[in-house]
Design a protein around this ligand. Sequence first.
Ligand code: URP
Ligand code: ZN
Ligand code: ZN
Ligand code: ZN
Length: 499
Amino acid sequence: MSDAGVVVVQGGRVVNAEYSEQADVLIEGGVVRAVGPALPVPAGARLVSAHGRLVLPGGVDPHTHMELPFMGTRAVDDFYQGTRAALAGGTTMIVDFVLGARGISLLDAFRTWRGWADPNVCCDYSLHVGVTWWSEQVSEEMGVLVRSEGVNSFKAFMAYKEAFMLRDPELFSVFRRCKELGAIAQVHAENGDLIAEGEKEMLERGITGPEGHELCRPEVVEAEATNRAITIAGRARCPLYVVHVMSKAAAGVIARARRAGQVVFGEPIAAGLGTDGTHYWHRDWRHAAAYVMGPPLRPDPTTPGYLMDLLANDDLSTTGTDNCTFNACQKAMGKDDFTKIPNGVNGVEDRMSVIWERGVHSGKMDENRFVAVTSTNAAKIFNLHPRKGRIAPGCDADLVVWNPNATRTISARTHHQAVDFNIFEGMECHGVADVTISRGRVVWEGGLLAPDLRGTGRYVPRAAFPDYAYQRIRAQDQANQPRAVEREPYQGPVLAPDA
Ligand code: URP
Ligand code: ZN
Ligand code: ZN
Ligand code: ZN
């Protein structure tokens, strides 16, 4: 394993979102210094062979929940083990979510998350902030977070009634504030009222197992909320990022809005692209419960392929994981009542391989689109580009030597995550990270992680008004300004209102 000295990655095919080229990559001090054929090797440089391999920007996972306190327990993959696992799978940056309870200061919650992450992360990270309640204080704190703490994205929830859920006028206020600040509004789009009614109905019918989780949240519950969020963001003229798009119906709503010119981005996740909701009907309770997450995986087995088609064709834009993991004993908090099963699944380690297998190996997308949806697009939307999501002089040296021909079989027995179950168990994937380089340091090689990674990642602040979203918003604001009609004053009689 090597320190962040001089490294030359030799003989690979360097893949960016726009094009690929046969080139070496010279890295110094954690930054890419040169990309080109047959680069001279400085004395003392560490050589990494990439002959016959691809050299990709390290994955950016824009949606994780490491050690999240949630539903009466805490996610088992913490910032240390979760980010180690990310590196083993070729992901070199995560964006996690600060999710404070209703009534808690956003700034205090942000500092709490920094306190958990900073000493422990093994790769670079950034933080979105959840707006779980609304007040003048929240509005002011959003401003401080944008101006002073490098936050440019805020997540609002339309589900988790009694916990995080906001009502439509609050959503409108959050989106308008995002617009003012130059932030990206993010939304968890499910109709929380209908879910609450559905939960009651299922329990009354005696359906207490994990299948009840999906039955009370059918696709329409996700699609309705997605449409409502897009409508509200449209009225606020704010860019919108829909996290964890899980259904054909919701994806269709996003695709239509994009075709109508709205600035909206959809994020399917590894779980939704790699497996499906038929598992909720599994006879083994523990197996079925392992897949419980919100919105649920869909029992229609054609859903993953459909979401991948839309991702390949730019109807959907990025891929996350929503990595939020709970062990069997934690899931068992809901053994007699599915509403108490902590929601969340794994993905941070396996996302790159699952998407390569189902997206590239299947022939749906090429290597450049793979890079776009696993790093570049998220980096552009959240204003990390070109520092992240690109291999070019001046970019952070976060990259992966990727073997598209090797295969690996995913298993909880061999994964690096803390969780005791893997929702992709047994899946054979083409596409394996041979070497991962984080900030110029070889951190994963020959199936081994560097031993001293704790705390080596850094918090990456993000500036407001990312061009990728706000250029079009600005132009649309200019082009679509409402204007009063100039007319002569009305001179006729005016009826006096009845007393
Ligand atoms: O089931 C999920 N998605 N758990 C994490 C919290 C969230 O809504 O993203
Ligand atoms: Zn969510
Ligand atoms: Zn199953
Ligand atoms: Zn999430």
